[in-house]
Ligand binder design. Structure first.
Ligand code: NDP
Ligand code: 2IT
Length: 459
């Protein structure tokens, strides 16, 4: 087994070369806490890169990376089923297109604001670079809450949202997909409106489409599957595997469901899921088919899943999954859902690996606890890259008017996840932090984008 060094390479952002830069990020983007958090994490962990390659600090390259190329904010008016008018706010942050068209999901959730979209867009730039695919980074969404809305209301909202956004999109320009609150139904309505306004069946303009109109097999499964394949890679470097392990999953949406399914396929026992109203502990092993029925078909809540499971499962109102003793934890719900005390509970419960299916679900304090305890930690930029990577495979199929089998697409996903893991692992080693996938993923992603930006001049 190689030696592991997960001590955090501290680049003190209160002094040194990056201090004025980070100060400027704080000043220019007031109140955007999640964006500050995401930038800070990257800058701090890039310390070993700047120490070995000071040329990366030239030409204000890092400043340019922290400033989105374009930020769009727009009004989204729509009418509900009773005739009442609502006004939501729409966002698209086109962060960096050095590697390809802006690529990243749309999130519909009441908590969405500019800072959230910017943190997600910033993370997306490095994640997409890490996949090795030709995609830039962007993110968008709205503070619209799709919960308890009828299909007709969701359709009218999506049509209004796209009526503004369409002018900024295109298969060579900006290619959105899903994220929280945006799945197959929403992508369908968005694509329909794009097609109607432009008069073009431009399938490469959105990913996550239905299979009969340009969608890719395995895209629905890809983020959760990829996260588990990544976890298996992490465990492999430590001489272990998922076979027989107890796995705790948070969330019960797209990423959580398919992470649970793939973990079970690899011989693990998945014992939990959660949503914003509480957690389910299912010691018998999660019934993924039932969860899919409740969540994907009926659009219900996990309390209903627990009820249908009977004595097998327990619903903990307001609870989280981190107190459950486990070998592997997969946070797959939302940002900052796993805090310091949760990390302490996981360590005390014997956790061996944590991989982020969600974007930035682990707070910086919790990451520190896990890394200092020597727990294998897979940051979201690497662990959840399978979704966007398979979106890039969807774009590839659209460009060649082709349609691949599930098996072939999943095989490509597995190869990409191995590449994401191995390049993060090797880059960490190269910068003197063996086994530290936070340093490795940030540095590997950064190098790819930085090289492209440098080559393309001051833009
Ligand atoms: P879904 O909308 O399908 O599911 C989201 C899940 O997270 C639900 O269980 C939801 O519970 C829970 N959740 C959302 N917001 C909150 C909150 N504020 N507090 C507590 N629980 C919350 O989204 P996805 O599964 O697609 O996304 C989950 C995470 O994975 C996000 O961080 C997303 O950015 C990330 N991700 C998604 C990818 C994809 O391809 N879809 C790719 C890479 C990352 P409730 O229903 O109660 O709100
Ligand atoms: O966070 C993410 O990587 C996603 N929501 C998927 C983005 C995409 O374009 O498939």
């Amino acid at each position: 087994m190689p030696p592991f060094d997960q001590r955090i390479p501290k680049h003190d952002l209160s002094s040194g070369a990056l201090a004025p830069l980070y100060e400027q990020v704080l000043r220019r983007n007031p109140g955007e806490d999640e964006f500050h958090q995401a930038v800070r994490e990257v800058l701090e962990t890039l310390a070993p890169v700047f120490a070995q390659r000071p040329e990366y600090l030239e030409g204000k390259l890092v400043e340019r990376l922290c400033e989105p190329e374009r930020q769009l904010i727009f009004r989204v008016p729509w009418m509900d089923d009773t005739g009442e008018v609502h006004v939501n706010r729409g966002f698209r942050v086109e962060f960096n297109s050095a590697l390809g068209p802006y690529k990243g999901g749309l999130r519909f959730h009441p908590s969405v604001n500019l800072g959230i979209v910017k943190f997600l867009g910033f993370e997306q730039v490095f994640k997409n670079a890490l996949t090795g695919m030709p995609i830039g980074g962007g993110k968008g969404g709205s503070d619209f809450d799709p919960k308890d809305r009828s299909d007709a209301e969701v359709m009218r909202f999506c049509q209004s949202f796209m009526t503004e956004l369409y002018r900024h999109l295109g298969e060579y320009t900006d290619v959105p997909a899903g994220d929280i609150g945006v799945g197959g139904r929403e992508i369908g309505y968005l694509f329909g409106q794009y097609r109607r306004i432009t008069g073009r069946h431009e399938s490469g303009v959105l990913t996550g489409k239905g299979l009969s109109w340009g969608g890719a097999r395995a895209r629905t499964e890809a983020t959760g599957y990829g996260c588990v394949l990544f976890t298996e890679q992490m465990l492999r470097t430590r001489g272990r595997s998922l076979e027989g392990m107890r796995v705790v999953v948070s969330g019960s949406g797209n990423v959580a469901i398919y992470a649970a399914q793939k973990a079970q396929q690899l011989g693990a026992k998945v014992i939990s899921c959660s949503d914003s109203s509480g957690a389910v502990v299912d010691e018998g092993g999660l019934d993924v088919e039932l969860l899919q029925q409740v969540k994907e078909v009926e659009r219900g809540r996990i309390a209903e899943y627990a009820e249908r499971r009977g004595a097998q499962a327990k619903f903990l109102p307001g609870g989280t999954v981190w107190q459950i003793p486990c070998d592997v934890a997969l946070p797959c719900a939302t940002q900052n859902e796993l805090g310091e005390q949760d990390a302490v509970a996981l360590v005390n419960g014997g956790v061996q690996a944590v991989a982020e299916g969600a974007n930035m679900p682990t707070t910086p304090e919790a990451v520190r606890v896990l890394r200092e305890a020597g727990i294998a930690f897979g940051p979201g930029k690497a662990a959840n890259a399978g979704g966007v990577a398979t979106s890039a495979l969807e774009m590839q199929q659209n460009a060649s008017r082709d349609s691949w089998t599930f098996e072939y697409t999943e095989q490509r996903l597995a190869e990409i996840m191995r590449h994401v893991h191995d390049s993060s692992f090797e880059t960490a080693e190269r910068y003197g932090h063996p086994g530290d996938l936070v340093v490795g993923a940030n540095a590997a992603g950064f190098e790819v984008v930085a090289e492209a930006m440098h080559a393309q001049g001051l833009i």
